[in-house]
Write a protein that binds this ligand. Sequence first.
Ligand code: NAD
Length: 300
Amino acid sequence: MKKITIAGGGVLGSQIALLNAYHGMDTTVWLRSPASIDRAKPKFEKAIQEILADIDLAKKHPGFIPSGLVIDGQFDPEIARKKILEAKDKIHFELDLAKAVDGADLVIETVSEAAPDKIEFYKKMAPLLDDKTIVVTNSSTLLPSMFAEASGRPDRYLSLHFANHIWKNNLTEVMVQPRTDPESFEAVIDYAKSIGMDPVAVRKEKSGYLLNSMLVPFLFSAMDLLVTGVSDVDDIDKAWIKGSGAPYGPFRILDSVGLETARNIALMYSQIPDDIAPFHYKDIAKMLGEKIEKGEKFYS
Ligand SMILES: NC(=O)c1ccc[n+]([C@@H]2O[C@H](COP(=O)([O-])OP(=O)(O)OC[C@H]3O[C@@H](n4cnc5c(N)ncnc54)[C@H](O)[C@@H]3O)[C@@H](O)[C@H]2O)c1
């Protein structure tokens, strides 16, 4: 794959576009309006500044390597700095969807997390695509089978889920939906490797992919221990760190994930009837809401 189109230029779209261009891909970002371009530009600038800061960090601490910036097994901070600055100028921005997807080997959809918006986008794009084009969604919470039909090419449609800060957190989860063909799946795995990612295979559709299928119950178990008064933040984290050898406990992880994200999940699960819910979601949402209101995290 050489010609990549990214639909959307927000937090993730900007990072994905930059890494594509950094690794030598022909990179186009489709945005729906001139106002979207104005909103996207600061996101690109922020991502570049964060990447440059990590390159500087790697210079000072050679043990730290932003894995997504490694090329052919090598990471040289000076070369990385030059290449990321060049990458910025190589990205094409396009408002015309037909032009944006013309000849694309891969379209990566990074439109906001709203199913109706994504469906509308796929329906508009489907008649414009070349036969060869594979389409992936970066959605964190919506299953690809929800969009396979609207993509117009269910056999060449799947998920490619990046993690935030992709230049250093270079896990990507490649997930099929029931109609994805094996060649498209393998092609997307190879593509992910070619832009510095470290892909994992999710061979059955699964909400939460691999990471969040493990992480979300873990974090909610910890918060449940807190809201039911079983223990406190420090001791719950200590139990995990001392007992498992992990560097961080669940509340440090929650601070880094963001309390807003955790609260949104808690609110969503609060709809499960109390007698069958595995955790006290309503109490957890309330506790998180109070902390957010006061501008607090668990550790500051
Ligand atoms: N932010 C993260 O940490 C993260 C991590 C992994 C995956 N994701 C996923 O990536 C996707 C994008 O997330 P983000 O954080 O980059 O969002 P964002 O809000 O920063 O950017 C969304 C982009 O979609 C565009 N957009 C919004 N509505 C649209 C519409 N109706 N039609 C066309 N374009 C539209 C916006 O102009 C913007 O460029 C989501 O599916 C999200 O689940 C996000």
